[in-house]
Design a protein around this ligand. Sequence first.
Ligand code: SAM
Length: 453
Amino acid sequence: MTNSFPIAFEKRMQQRLGKEFDVFKEKHQTPSPTSIRMHTLKEGNTNLPIDEKISWTESGYYLKERPSFTLDPVFHAGAYYVQEASSMFLEQALKQSVDLTASLRVLDLCAAPGGKSTHLLNLISEDALLISNEVIRSRASILSENIQKWGSANVVVTNNDPEHFQKLSGFFDVMVVDAPCSGEGLFRKDAAAMNEWSEDNVALCSQRQRRILSDVWPALKENGILIYCTCTFSEEENENNLAWMSSGHDVEFIELAVASFPGIETIRKEGTVGYRFYPHNVNGEGFFISVMRKKNTQQPVRARGKKVFNTPSKKVLEQLDHWVKSSKQFRFLQQDDLILMLPALHYEEIEFLSQQLHIVSKGTAVAEVKHEKLIPEHAFALSVHLDRSHFKVIDLTLEQALAYLRKENLMLAEGERGFALVAYQNYPIGWVNLLGNRINNLYPSSWRIRMSS
Ligand code: SAM
């Protein structure tokens, strides 16, 4: 950390932490741990410098050092997500409060760039549906890209303001509100964040968080679970907001078993409970999380709308049948020339949602149709539902994989024709079109990496 703490922040933390403050401050002079979370449904090999497992998640690891993720093709295969360790505690919050085998409707309200959403997709059942929302348009595009890389079909990315969810009365079983905050917990990782800090900004964030919570609350079912989290320490944005929720809403706070995770502090205030993570007490950044259950009745919306989705032709559907594993679990729709796959179980709900929300992407884009022939979409190469046995798979060396990701011409001695998957360490990274004497690199131009080795 090069900058020093803002004076008013230092005073607050001194008051709160007393003698512990010096340890807290010293910890800010040490580097932040680098951590990743592995995709639980993709299989292959990684060269990551894995160190210890993160105790509160099944799939998170600290790394011994920070590699260049851009130059790791496995990263581009969506095989892992680079994520701060404390925020992976979401896994405990969910496992301890929700039946994750159920066909849940889950909303991640403040979702970009996608850390919690990709985690949620590995925690919920394939029968569940995730709505991953981000209000800022440019950030919603990044979110959609990260969701595509993750390769799940049971997800819809939306670009809506929290208040737009009020139309969906009692629709969701679970909501995650990872609220925009003053970011005090990230000062070690991003010293520049200190320049944005002020007492006024803390107050502003707190007011905004209350507005977000009250806007979205009607969309939660009776007995539904809302997980509230921030990456800040201030009482105004954490326990005071919980107390405010408790005073104006019929809500029950859920106790989490944290004894086996030393260093996490339990915060109680006016009948509420939350959990605070300090970087000097846990191996991660600052974080706060609380789980609440909605007790008041909420009349659920009738999730039926007009039929607006178009089914592809029979000939197209027959081809798709071979492309997708367990294809009966999905329904396909055609939007102009694009074929998308959606979970059959949620097809009508998604059709309904498409008339209520601003949808950025839904399910998985499988192919583009040209004269009833299918050209595979990049997102489908990264899909966990792709039937690999139907396609030729070409294993690339590291050098070839990086050339592919830079969208350079590939020199592969092939001679065959047709679409083929290219893979690195067993993870598919995209498509090529084999043209006999040459190869077309189908990697999306906008995703091309520009870094040299
Ligand atoms: N959940 C994300 C993850 O794990 O990758 C991080 C979310 S970040 C803490 C908070 C998000 O809230 C940002 O993407 C920000 O754009 C969004 N946001 C900002 N203002 C908002 C508002 N008024 N309502 C809802 N979301 C907002």
